[in-house]
Design a protein around this ligand. Sequence first.
Ligand code: 5GP
Ligand code: SF4
Ligand code: MG
Length: 467
Amino acid sequence: MCGIFGVYGVQDAAALTQLGLYSLQHRGQESAGIVAVDDTGQARASRAMGLVSEGFGDDEMALLRGPIAIGHTRYSTAGASAIENAQPILARVRRTHIALAHNGNLTNAVELRRDLEDQGAIFSSTMDSEAIVHRIARAEGRSPEERVANALRGVEGAYCLLVVLDGTVLAARDPHGWRPLVMGRLGDGWVFASESCALDIVGATLDREVQPGEIVAVDALGMRSMQALPAAPINRCVFEHVYFARPDSTVFGGSVDRSRRALGRQLAQECPADGADIVFAVPDSSNSAALGYAEASGIAYELALIRNHYIGRTFIQPTQAGRIAKVKVKYNPVRELLEGKRVVMVDDSIVRGTTTRGLVSLVRAAGAREVHMRVSSAPIISPCYYGIDTPRREELIAAQMTHEELVRHLGVDSLGYLSIDGMLSAMPKEPDGYCHACFSGRYPTDIPSEPELLRAGGAAPATAGMS
Ligand code: 5GP
Ligand code: SF4
Ligand code: MG
């Protein structure tokens, strides 16, 4: 998964982009980058491994001049996390530049890359996104948006793109609309972002979503919209609302806080825990869902797990310490609240089950008498091919165990998951406009023929994942 942000027509666009990327840090912590274009058409890039706060020094920011900028935060778990895979990509072609930032995963990246390589294209990264840059470089069109539209015909899978092409900023969303992308106004300028929380930080006002299949172009001629790609069934990612997006964002036209609370209320209805003393969240991703659960059940909401906010994702590797130690670095239970209590622990999802198992034993060690686990999504049983790094099926605990085995394995007194229908009923807009393949196993499109190769962006040997 990744976060993308872009600005057109505001001075110091790069500084605004840096701010926007801070708000999208949760969508990717592996690398961050900004490309800025100045008034003379000169494009400059700065990319670094790690967090936004580590990536851009004052000297670098001073070089990123101009009224146009796009930025990217990247998240991937597979293979090498390498600087050549950091985005935005900046290529110089036909005496101008193409800059591109991508959120999503292409499902035909292997085929696209092979075709381009057969035609003599040379790739400098293992990202699927680079194939789009090559296609834009080769595409013809009377306008920038037509050129990008022509490049995108034949590209399959999930993408939200921000592109800078010779002084025009373009935003594109695939016709299925898996990933979110919004646009807003800032003075006379335009701002684009994966989530609306990034508009807030720069003081922009939310205008609307970029629609599935739409290309928006902004340049000296103004803003133009083109419904560029053939209509397709809408498959918004339900997991954006369940886990990924920030609760202070509006995603797919609805508040994430509101949908998470609705998920929690629905969970309380479907999986009550009668007689429990307290309900608490596994912070932070399930805070809102646990609040909803407490609201609907009438059970007292407590902050019984405290999360340490200073732990980087890679601080402790699985090989360096045992499961419990790893969990303990991140969470500490409040003994005062747990001792002797029958507790409901709410989390948004269970993937491998390792964190959950560690947490349950931590909560028990702090004195909880009964632990009732409630999950505000359905069991994850299938991998995602549309931009979220769910592991292979063999590592998905709910795909490997029966309900009774899971209860024993996690060490809980009871375990309740939300139904798929219950989950979809909490989403904004109509429930059949959502992808739920990782929960149902029903993929809305053909799945990739070579998923392992795809994880490497279509490049062999498989060295890096891209999302
Ligand atoms: P598990 O028990 O499966 O090891 O971990 C479950 C926790 O992982 C939950 O708290 C959930 O919020 C979190 N989670 C779910 N999906 C992802 C993801 O894609 N990346 C990360 N870092 N955490 C995730
Ligand atoms: Fe989202 Fe799951 Fe569909 Fe992937 S498979 S796009 S995570 S709902
Ligand atoms: Mg979590």
